[in-house]
Ligand binder design. Sequence first.
Ligand code: SAM
Length: 422
Amino acid sequence: MINERAAYADILQKILTSNVPLSAFKDSLPNAQKNFFNMLFLTTFRQLTFIKEQVLPRFVQKKIPSKQKILSYVLYLAITELLFLETPDYAVLNSYVDIAKKSTDKFGANFTNAVLRNVLRHKSELLSLPLKSYFSAEFLKILKPDYTKDEILQMEKYVVVEPALDITLKNSAPNPFANGLTLPNGSIRLPAQTKVSELPGYADGIWWVQDVSASLAVQALSDIFGKQVLDLCAAPGGKTAQLLDAGAKVTAVDISQERLETLRENMKRLNLTDNLQIVCDDALQFSSSKKFDIILVDAPCSATGTYRRHPEIIHTKTRQDVLQQAQLQKDILEHAVSLLSDDGKMVYVTCSLAKDEGEKQINTFLKQHSEFVAAPISVLGTEHMLTKEGYLRVLPQYFNIPGQPDLSGADGFFIACLQRKI
Ligand SMILES: C[S@@+](CC[C@H](N)C(=O)[O-])C[C@H]1O[C@@H](n2cnc3c(N)ncnc32)[C@H](O)[C@@H]1O
């Protein structure tokens, strides 16, 4: 247990200081450790603002010296275990104090021991404190310019709701999920703990996992059959599968060879390899002799809308990341215009909550490109998500299912349909 936890403190430090996603570490762990690792890290990220802002300041008066910075990460994990998980108290104390000793010195061990004993002594008092926020100050700096206090409060509730599992079913396939909840757009929602590979129809390739919000972008396009579609930034291929299933001829481009391999495997399982060309290229460089009827720009973004599944995002993303991604998105959009046919359509999508990567991006685009208009979007069940400009702004709370909190929520997304005037 000590060796594992020591490695976990290092991993936590890497995630929080180098913007490396949690998923990058999970795959390399032995299977026996994966479940606990996942639970520990997800809980730590969900509770980290509380731990940093409401727990630690009570017991740590001085700044931890930078040479002993690892102690902060040891404390974050240990406090998560003491307050929110069921590990016996003595095991938490022994293992994390030992890690502190091995990674720093006797002083570090005594300090860790004193803080953790204090936390234990005040456990029930700490757990009854009114929570100030699950979002970090940096994350709030991203949200506050764009959303009201109430909207942010609503979003915050979903930090601690384990996301349900959403499935997109092939158009012609029968629904094999008797107990699934069918959402208005046709996505099927299953409980969070569902094991994907044990679901019926997996080997037959009649469905794939896709958050309901992600599925709306292709559904926003009404007329796809037989069209030449360029899927820029395509991997791992959730939207590529929807396009192929709707009868499009798809060129799927992505900068990552590894992610394209996943796309290839996914399309193989789904039997959707006809009408598909896969190209590894930078969306800013990709060139083609033919023009496309439809271009899907599922642009790289800050991914702030996926904070329910990836709660590390609450602590790692900054305004600077948003602005940097917004510039890349603008450049990709500009390049995409040159690949579009004279009466073509573009769908622009991001899983970001920041309007610089959504509404503002497209407002600016339309100002600078008078040859485009925002085309109307009509997807069942999304009427309340339409903005005044006719875009779709999806927030987690817009998928509130009354009486079923565990089956509520969705990723935050932005979708705009842009039609070139003839
Ligand atoms: C939001 S994900 C795409 C999700 C995908 N469309 C789906 O539905 O499954 C963004 C993708 O953009 C790719 N990407 C990032 N920068 C890129 C670039 N400059 N050119 C092409 N692809 C890029 C990433 O590798 C990643 O796969």
